[in-house]
Ligand binder design. Structure first.
Ligand SMILES: Nc1ncnc2c1ncn2[C@@H]1O[C@H](COP(=O)(O)OP(=O)(O)OP(=O)(O)O)[C@@H](O)[C@H]1O
Length: 951
């Protein structure tokens, strides 16, 4: 990592530095909130509900009053020496602060907040809304040294659920510093275009060569995998010969063009005058399947650019120039100029979830010779849309095959393969009938009525993946016939092979038809058998600089901010290109929270702009964050609508076009595969992948360092997850030269680079940033709700790590109190859950579609949790299940154990009470529904399939 030039100007926090006096009487916004809180308090409307918003409103309201009477809640005195970790007692908070100069800033900044919180607690108590913290929460919060609650020293009997303010930089953060390891020398890119080969020399049509270099700006040199795959896929596909291909190459190595170019080249003969009768109605000749809508759209866009082949005068010149440069086929080139190709009919179409079926159907009626689709939507059309004519299909590509399988598309793929076979047989039969009608001598079972031999060659199927697991091999066994596995060569073989290639390229100039590359590692397998391919160790592009940082749980937020400040800083790398950063987060709620909080957190005490209720803030595509200035922040996750996802991705790709500009995308794993976003200079994994292990890690980091470009990646690990870095290293080491690729960087170094200054300064600035986020969370019910949901969903997601990773990623190892701070929450873990439940109904009432969807998701999760609890009772020794379940009810670990024990005891006693209760509940629900129907004059009918035969 470059140490120089990362000391950013932290203008806003500096202005709001340690000695900055805070507003004496509160802002007008706070005063307004105070009045509202007072009115609510008088009316006593919600006295029975433990609502978090009461504390948040009252917090702001109480601040001015508290500042007038500081003794009411401020810590009486900071300890003279660094305080030893002190377990928080149930019902009593402590404000931990060291009397070192650097700790004093945290104390002084936090004092005003502490006063406000203490006042809030009083307000909440006055309303009788307080709910004591559970023992489990106290245990979790007290486990570290940093979490204490403000005001404890002045009000020891006061329970602290509404506000916990703790210092970021106490015991937990002062682990032994990481030994600096010298950065590995920059490695040669492994996915860059080869300087020893050209598209022309490997047999690509001159028109395509010119098009790639001209309109598409790709250049004339293929990447290693393209050089390996193109000749194989462009060679004629004779019956019985090897024809199907499994492409296995690193991320960002140009796999998309490795299959799209051969497809296009094979269709070019149909674009000459000789086949001028062909139009869109010819049917679908190529289908490309991708696992996600985003990836499907991206491939579709590349295909769309590729088919823009029409012979404009400029292109003719380009072709002539390309052919002159290649010094070959002069005669053919001039022939081509006289007979311009027609590619107008080559229309690609996108069929993917999220767009309307009717619109797609109307496109299919017109004809789509090239289809890019997601599997579910394609199968749907194959089954229901008669105008989808795939009988003459020549190409089928399954991109990101491993992901397709991981996402559970196996059955869908089988269905698609069967449907395609059926269509092919039917089409062939129909054509044969037509030929027979024309005359017996013309009968040719491979030609259609126009004499084109669509069925002469079998369909070619291509599987693509950056990782090759056993599932992919099984799929390859059933979907591919006599497959060839094509891999790009590892670095150590490359130089030697390049020399051989030079010699071969020289030969190729004399013989344009390329019939295969000797340096490709091929392994054929017999049909219907999985190709026997040893699972190779995986590798990230060699030029990618990979880092990991072990972060104390409660510093997650500020370390993330520091990393982002550093990543978007102009001085963080010498490239003049725009800097785009992708941050992977484990769940959609957490993405939403960080995205909104980054836009909402304000460093100054200036009055917040009033929300007008129009929801504009929510609908904006980008947020701008005061802590990370001049880098618009976007988000992407599966709960966004399709149009939001497209708008977000487009805006992120187009943001900061000027040199040195920056943009940040917060996303879930939905963006991990295949997405080719321009100029991504850094990938940050705030959370390690919960599924997919090292494969997923590689796909995520593969969003940067593409086609030979530089890039850096960071993964943030909690202290108990440190070993994960060693495992990643081990999994990746096989393809590397033994030098460690994953470098550890001290969290303090990240903070220093991100926030600037010495220890006292960066700690003060990080504290200010943290407080700004906490203030934002307290500002409204909506913000608090977002933070709580993010926190709870994060824990749920954490519990989904596979059993093999549970030794590192166990929910029981999480410091829940500290984790709450990482979500800018000042509530104890038990209170978070209670408050989230209490506020749960609000989301639906607001009519917000996303909130409703998430609420439904949460309800589903709850149901699953209950089922798991039942299973757990049946199998009390299954630790994996127990841990998974822990996450569902993070603040009630003890309660779950009790519940499990109770259920086990019930079962042992032969009284299956809970089951009976469930059945009863279902039956009562049924009776109630029937009663309602009767009252409304509905007709009731019992049928044999019903669970309860209620007369
Ligand atoms: N020969 C080439 N020269 C220069 N750029 C290329 C070349 N081939 C492809 N590219 C560009 O490289 C980028 C990455 O290509 P692509 O998305 O196909 O990679 P990939 O191997 O499929 O990556 P992933 O495994 O992440 O899906 C694209 O922007 C593409 O335009």
């Amino acid at each position: 990592m470059d140490d120089d030039g990362l000391l950013l100007n932290f203008a806003a926090p500096a202005a709001a530095g340690p000695s900055r006096p805070r507003a004496a009487k509160g802002t007008p916004h706070q005063r307004a909130q105070a009045q509202r809180a007072a009115r609510a308090s008088q009316s006593g409307a919600a006295a029975a509900q433990p609502r978090a918003d009461a504390s948040s409103s009252a917090t702001a309201a109480a601040a001015p009053a508290q500042r007038r009477a500081p003794t009411a809640a401020a810590p009486s005195a900071a300890p003279a020496a660094p305080a030893p970790p002190r377990p928080r007692q149930s019902g009593a908070g402590t404000h931990e602060a060291r009397s070192t100069p650097r700790a004093q800033h945290a104390a002084s900044s936090a004092q005003a907040e502490a006063a406000a919180v203490a006042q809030a607690i009083e307000a909440a108590q006055a309303k009788g809304r307080h709910k004591p913290a559970k023992a489990a929460a106290a245990k979790a919060s007290g486990s570290g040294s940093g979490t204490g609650s403000a005001g404890a020293s002045t009000a020891p009997a006061r329970p602290p659920p509404a506000g916990v303010i703790s210092s970021l930089f106490t015991g937990a953060a002062s682990a032994a510093p990481v030994k600096a390891t010298p950065a590995a020398p920059a490695a040669q890119p492994t996915n860059a275009p080869l300087d020893t080969s050209s598209f022309a020399s490997i047999g690509l049509d001159a028109l395509l060569v010119a098009h790639l270099a001209g309109r598409m700006g790709i250049g004339s040199a293929p990447t290693s995998i393209q050089r390996a795959a193109l000749p194989l896929l462009m060679a004629p596909c004779a019956r019985g010969a090897q024809r199907d291909v499994l492409i296995h190459a690193q991320t960002g190595s140009g796999k998309t063009l490795a299959y799209l170019l051969p497809i296009l080249q094979s269709l070019l003969p149909l674009c000459t005058d000789a086949a001028s009768w062909i139009d869109r109605s010819v049917g679908t000749l190529a289908i490309i399947l991708a696992p996600t809508r985003e990836l499907a759209r991206q491939i579709y866009e590349v295909a769309e650019k590729l088919v823009q082949l029409h012979l404009s005068p400029r292109q003719r010149e380009a072709i002539a120039a390309a052919e002159e440069a290649a010094q070959k086929q002069d005669e053919e080139a001039s022939d081509e100029e006289e007979t311009p190709r027609r590619t107008r009919w080559l229309v690609p179409g996108l069929l993917s979830g999220g767009s309307t079926r009717n619109h797609e159907k109307s496109k299919l009626r017109k004809g789509l010779p090239i289809i890019v689709a997601t599997p579910g939507r394609l199968l749907d059309h194959l089954q229901n849309t008669t105008s989808l004519d795939a009988g003459k299909l020549q190409w089928l590509v399954l991109d990101e095959a491993d992901r397709l399988l991981e996402m559970g598309f196996r059955e869908t793929l089988d269905g698609i393969l069967k449907a395609l076979e059926g269509r092919r047989r039917m089409s062939k039969e129909t054509a044969r009938e037509a030929m027979r009608e024309k005359g017996a001598e013309e009968t040719d079972e491979t030609a259609d009525g126009m004499g084109i031999e669509w069925w002469k060659h079998p369909r070619r199927t291509v599987l693509c993946s950056a990782t090759l697991d056993e599932n992919v091999q099984v799929l390859a066994g059933s979907a591919l016939v006599q497959p060839v596995v094509v891999r790009a060569l590892p670095e150590e073989d490359r130089k030697q092979q390049q020399q051989q290639a030079r010699a071969r390229d020289a030969e190729a100039e004399a013989q344009p038809a390329v019939t295969g590359e000797k340096d490709v590692k091929l392994k054929a397998a017999s049909p219907s058998e999985a190709p026997v391919v040893a699972r190779t160790n995986l590798a990230a592009p060699a030029q990618l600089r990979q880092h990991f940082v072990v972060v104390p749980t409660k510093q997650r937020l500020v370390v993330l901010l520091a990393l982002l400040r550093q990543a978007v800083s102009r001085s963080s790398d010498s490239s003049p290109k725009a800097r785009r950063v992708i941050v992977f987060i484990s769940c959609t709620d957490a993405v939403d929270f960080f995205w909104r909080a980054m836009g909402g957190a304000k460093m100054s005490d200036a009055e917040e702009p009033k929300e007008d209720g129009s929801g504009e803030e929510k609908q904006a595509v980008a947020q701008s964050c005061e802590v990370i200035p001049s880098a618009p922040i976007f988000r992407l996750h599966g709960s966004m609508t399709q149009s939001e996802r497209i708008a977000s991705l487009r805006a992120f790709s187009k943001a900061a076009p000027e040199a040195g500009g920056a943009a940040i995308l917060l996303c879930t794993s939905v963006a991990a595969r295949g997405l080719d976003l321009p100029d991504v200079s850094c990938v940050v994994q705030l959370d390690a992948p919960t599924e997919g292990g090292v494969d997923e890690y590689l796909h995520r980091v593969g969003r940067t360092a593409r086609v030979g470009r530089e890039g850096q990646s960071w993964i943030m690990l909690l202290p108990h997850e440190r070993e994960a870095a060693t495992r990643l290293e081990r999994a990746m080491s096989g393809q590397q030269d033994g030098t460690p690729r994953l470098h550890e960087v001290d969290a303090r170094q990240v903070l220093r680079h991100g926030f600037g200054g010495g220890a006292a300064e960066y700690e003060a600035r990080a504290t200010d940033a943290q407080l700004a986020f906490e203030r934002w969370v307290l500002r409204s019910d909506e913000a608090s709700g977002l933070a709580r949901r993010a926190y709870l969903s994060h824990i749920r997601a954490y519990a989904t790590h596979p059993a093999a990773e549970k030794d590192l990623f166990s929910v029981s190892a999480l410091q829940l109190g500290h984790l709450a701070k990482a979500f800018a929450l000042r509530e104890a873990p038990a209170a978070i859950k209670a408050n989230a439940r209490a506020a749960g109904g609000g989301a639906g009432k607001q009519g917000d579609r996303h909130e409703k969807r998430k609420a439904a998701f949460d309800a589903d999760e709850e149901r699953r949790a209950r089922r798991k609890a039942k299973r757990m009772a049946a199998e009390p020794h299954s630790t994996a299940t127990r841990e998974e379940h822990d996450a569902e009810d993070d603040d009630s670990l003890a309660a779950i154990a009790t519940y499990a024990a109770k259920r086990a005891a019930e079962k042992a006693g032969g009284k299956n009470k809970a089951d009976k209760t469930d059945a009863e509940a279902r039956m009562y629900a049924k009776v109630r529904a029937m009663g309602r129907a009767t009252r409304k004059g509905g007709v009731l009918a019992a049928h044999g399939a019903d669970e309860f035969q209620i007369g």
